[in-house]
Design a protein around this ligand. Structure first.
Ligand code: SF4
Length: 350
């Protein structure tokens, strides 16, 4: 596996390539930590550009620890699971403030930090510090299920697959090995059509021998997600400023910028943030969160300069970046903004 990795490792912006790794070049724990937090629940393709922008803006953990919360949340917008960004800041401030800017080198030490669970701790310890930790993500689960022809469905199979993965983790180059299995799952042992013919594990692989690879890993059937409804109010003042709120720290999209609105429930009550002639937009915004589908009724209004909203505040057009909105709020803006006539001198940055 390591030999295969030495020749076929993916080129990733947070990774030390295997040849450099073998010559003793050590990964930067800050970059490994940042990439692992970003990769929780998100794909490599989605993370790359965020990672490059974050490391350009904040090249070390001390830089990001001193960043404004709003600036980090705005850069995180679109990556989803916003609690991760809040924990990212908390963690950076503990490492920069209490630990002299140095990440603990063990999984146990890393787990004490905000936002670092068992998986992320194992991944950082292995990849950044070469610790012999077993790292099991979705790719590794799939590879192990096939290699051992394990038919117990996920999530029940998790401990079994972790035991299999642990049995194969070598004492040397544990970080490269963890990344090798992840790469194998991402590029060869893919969900639909594994390329067994070029797989370095084709000889020992039981699923390949028995012809079961494409049906593994087995999964418990997923429960249907409920649908929730809500109202979102997009108000623009006569001078072009937008009425926005910073959402409460706790709860979905906590700390992110958004349009004022109602609760998201089966039967939400309308909750306009200011007196105005709110008009219902013909189309609703739809978005899927982990546990439910959301359908937002959008209302728009032109507000007078004298408007004093009960919720949120006005953000001047030149200070408003739609890219700083989380995805569902961005969808609302993209649907609502064409219904506003252009305002001279009030330009919104993209
Ligand atoms: S032989 Fe096929 S099924 Fe087995 S690990 Fe390799 S790619 Fe996956």
């Amino acid at each position: 596996m390591l030999d295969w990795y030495d020749h076929h490792a993916r080129d990733l912006p947070w990774r030390i390539p295997p040849d450099a790794s073998q010559q003793g070049v050590k990964p930067d724990p800050y970059r490994v930590w940042l990439s692992e937090v970003m990769l929780q629940q998100t794909t490599v393709a989605a993370v790359k550009s965020y990672f490059e922008r974050f490391t350009r803006l904040w090249p070390t953990v001390t830089h990001i620890a001193h960043a404004e919360d709003a600036a980090v949340m705005a850069e995180w917008a679109g990556l989803g699971y916003y609690a991760r960004a809040r924990n990212l800041l908390k963690c950076a401030r503990v490492v920069a403030g209490d630990l002299g800017g140095v990440f603990p080198p063990t999984a146990e030490g890393l787990r004490q930090l905000p936002g670092i669970g068992p998986y992320t701790a194992a991944a950082i310890a292995a990849i950044a510090f070469g610790a012999k930790e077993t790292v099991v993500d979705g790719n590794v689960e799939r590879v192990m299920a096939r290699l051992f022809d394990e038919h117990t469905p996920l999530p029940k199979a998790k401990p079994i697959l972790t035991t299999h993965a642990a049995s194969l983790t070598p004492p040397e180059r544990a970080g490269d090995y963890a990344q090798a299995v992840m790469d194998l799952g991402a590029t060869i042992c893919t969900p639909r059509s594994p390329a067994c013919g070029i797989c370095p594990w084709r000889e020992p692989c039981l699923a390949r021998q028995r012809g079961t690879a494409a049906s593994l890993p087995k999964k418990e059937p997923k429960k249907a997600k409920p649908v929730r409804f809500g109202y979102a109010y997009v108000g623009r003042r006569a001078d072009g400023a937008w009425l926005l709120e910073t959402r409460p720290e706790r709860g979905l999209l906590g700390g992110m910028l958004g349009w004022p609105g109602s609760d998201w429930t089966d039967e939400p009550d309308p909750n306009p943030p200011a007196e105005a002639n709110w008009r219902v937009l013909g189309t609703e915004a739809r978005h899927t969160f982990t546990h439910f589908h959301l359908r937002l009724q959008i209302l728009t209004a032109e507000l007078p300069v004298s408007a004093s909203p009960a919720v949120g505040g006005f953000l001047a057009a030149q200070d408003f970046r739609p890219s700083a909105l989380p995805t569902v709020m961005r969808k609302v803006f993209d649907l609502a903004s064409p219904s506003f006539p252009p305002i001279e001198h009030a330009q919104t940055r993209r």
